[in-house]
Design a protein around this ligand. Structure first.
Ligand code: HEM
Ligand code: HEM
Ligand code: SF4
Ligand code: SF4
Length: 478
């Protein structure tokens, strides 16, 4: 995680690595300062009849959890907390008011942060400060999560102590972009939190504003046999390479990277990132014919057992795999499966159904797609394929060269608050390809255009655009 030279602060392999006990703020007694009995009888500061309804039902209740935090804070000494004791109580109170009135009670906007950075903290103020002083300031801190969101409890405990001591003790694990989020603190605690995060936890803050946002990844090669590149390594490398772009907004608008190890898209890069990296392969799907037979014999459950909750009948390879292949490039002759890999689009279906019999190819890399975004302004977009295949080996210089060209171009040409997807729409994919210096390929379109309003470059047309009407009139008198 995070800071150059401090990446190994918490690495158990490294001698003298940091542990929770080195930095802990609270004692065990302080952390466990209430009983379940006390919690049952606990009355928060404000009546919350509507929120109380949400403590019923089987799903973990956010209301019960915030009440737990409110009780815990009530039993801490005042100097164990740097922001108001009542923050959790007042949060419940304000949310209850919003439930009643069906309106938010946060003021518009809020600009706060830490020195040296232009983003990472989302400022927020209550518009009911007299009623709910505990949430008068309720800023949100984004902290850059580790690749694949793998943690040690030791590190998380250190993180929780800081959240509780300098913040509300309430978090979001994790924000949709990927960050760990401290929900609620005051302006005067922003720099101290930043100091603690960087010096004690060896972690940096995440992105917000017109900049590179926190990149995120699927867990990739850490725990998935489908991964076609090391998503965790690449996500980390790109995060470190573009730290400046992440911390100091220099772009027309936000920009996101996401890394999916294969087309299954477990981090949804194609929908939720301006620049999506999706693993794929170039050679043949690897087939284990013996394992295929075991699937047919019912010895291995289809889809890794995902379909066991209901009786779907015996596994029917013809119906469930061969006929569902979108390109119809597979064949089952009753004994052996065969794949015409030249026609395979690497959709993952057959591999998802029989993961122990079929493997992604060995010649692996990724596809690079650009331009996904939510509806505002010009409509929602999924990312569009720009580079069908590129190798993804550390230090990823080949990929960084392309990404750098795209970002430089958008930074020059993009209008204020125009996502790169909208810029590509405005000037055309052809122009974008010219910028990247790559030739147009049939794989970049789902279908050719149906209208005939084509632009030609002047250089492509014999005689060019400069014509004299008089020459024309010699042949065609008015
Ligand atoms: C009896 C013969 C034809 C008739 C009655 C006819 C009729 C039409 C009509 C009604 C339109 C639609 C105009 C609009 O929506 O504004 C049109 C569009 C068009 N026609 Fe024809 N047309 C004929 C022959 C041709 C021929 C021979 C060509 C080309 C060699 C041609 C090329 C076009 C083109 C390029 C458009 C514009 C398409 C577009 O706006 O997307 N037409 N025609
Ligand atoms: C004396 C002959 C012609 C006349 C009077 C004529 C007239 C027109 C007119 C009035 C329009 C509609 C313009 C607009 O909607 O703004 C038009 C559009 C068009 N004409 Fe012609 N036209 C003639 C010959 C041709 C020929 C020979 C071709 C093709 C070989 C052609 C291709 C087109 C096309 C493609 C459009 C649609 C352009 C666009 O919508 O941007 N026209 N023409
Ligand atoms: S996107 Fe692919 S590689 Fe990544 S976790 Fe999901 S299935 Fe595995
Ligand atoms: S990956 Fe998809 S397209 Fe390729 S053979 Fe399997 S089912 Fe067919």
């Amino acid at each position: 995680m995070g800071i150059p030279g401090q990446e190994h602060l918490w690495d158990k392999e490294v001698k003298g690595h940091r542990t929770y006990n080195d930095i802990r703020i609270f004692t065990d007694e302080q952390l466990k300062n209430y009983t379940e009995e006390e919690l049952k009888n606990f009355k928060p500061k404000h009546d919350t009849p509507m929120l109380d309804e949400l403590e019923k039902g089987p799903w973990p209740s956010f209301v019960s959890d915030i009440k737990r935090e409110a009780l815990h804070r009530k039993k801490l000494a005042q100097d164990d907390m740097m922001i108001p004791r009542d923050v959790a109580d007042d949060l419940l109170g304000q949310v209850e008011l919003s439930y009643v009135e069906k309106e938010t009670h946060w003021k518009h906007g809020g600009i706060v942060g830490v020195l040296g950075y232009g983003g990472g903290v989302v400022g927020r103020y209550s518009d009911q400060q007299a009623k709910f002083p505990g949430v008068a300031h309720f800023h949100t801190y984004r902290i850059n999560q580790p690749g694949g969101k793998f943690y040690t409890t030791d590190w998380l405990r250190g993180f929780c102590d800081i959240c509780e001591y300098r913040g509300s003790g309430i978090t979001n694990m994790h924000g949709s972009t990927g960050d760990m989020v401290i929900l609620g603190t005051t302006s005067d605690q922003l720099e101290p939190i930043f100091f603690d995060l960087t010096h004690d936890l060896g972690v940096d803050i995440g992105g917000s504003g017109g900049n590179l946002r926190t990149p995120s990844d699927c867990l990739g090669k850490a725990r998935c046999e489908f991964a076609c590149f090391d998503t965790m390594d690449m996500c980390y490398d790109m995060t470190m390479t573009y730290q400046d772009e992440l911390h100091r907004p220099a772009f027309p608008y936000k920009f996101k990277f996401k890394f999916d190890g294969c087309p299954n898209g477990c981090v949804a890069s194609i929908a939720r990132s301006d620049c999506a990296f999706i693993g794929t392969w170039k050679d043949d799907i690897r087939i284990n014919q013996e394992a295929v037979k075991e699937y047919i014999a019912g010895k291995i459950p289809r889809n890794g057992g995902e379909m066991t909750g209901r009786d779907w009948g015996a596994f029917n390879i013809q119906e469930e795999v061969i006929e569902r292949c979108p390109t119809q490039c597979m064949n089952w002759d009753g004994n052996k499966i065969s794949i015409n890999n030249g026609e395979c689009t690497r959709c993952m279906h057959c591999i998802d159904v029989m993961p122990e019999a079929l493997r992604v190819g060995a010649d692996q890399g990724l596809s690079l797609l650009f331009g996904a975004k939510a509806p505002i302004l010009e409509g929602a977009r999924l990312a569009t394929l720009v580079i069908p295949f590129i190798y993804a080996k550390s230090p990823y210089d080949n990929i960084k060269a392309v990404v750098r060209k795209a970002i430089d171009w958008w930074t020059e040409e993009g209008k204020n608050r125009e996502r790169i997807g909208e810029l590509i729409n405005r000037v055309g994919l052809g122009t974008f390809l010219d910028v990247l210096g790559i030739p147009a390929m049939p794989q970049m379109v789902k279908e050719p255009r149906s209208n005939a309003y084509m632009f030609f470059k002047e250089s492509e047309v014999p005689g060019g655009w400069k014509r004299d009407i008089k020459d024309y009139r010699k042949r065609h008198p008015a």
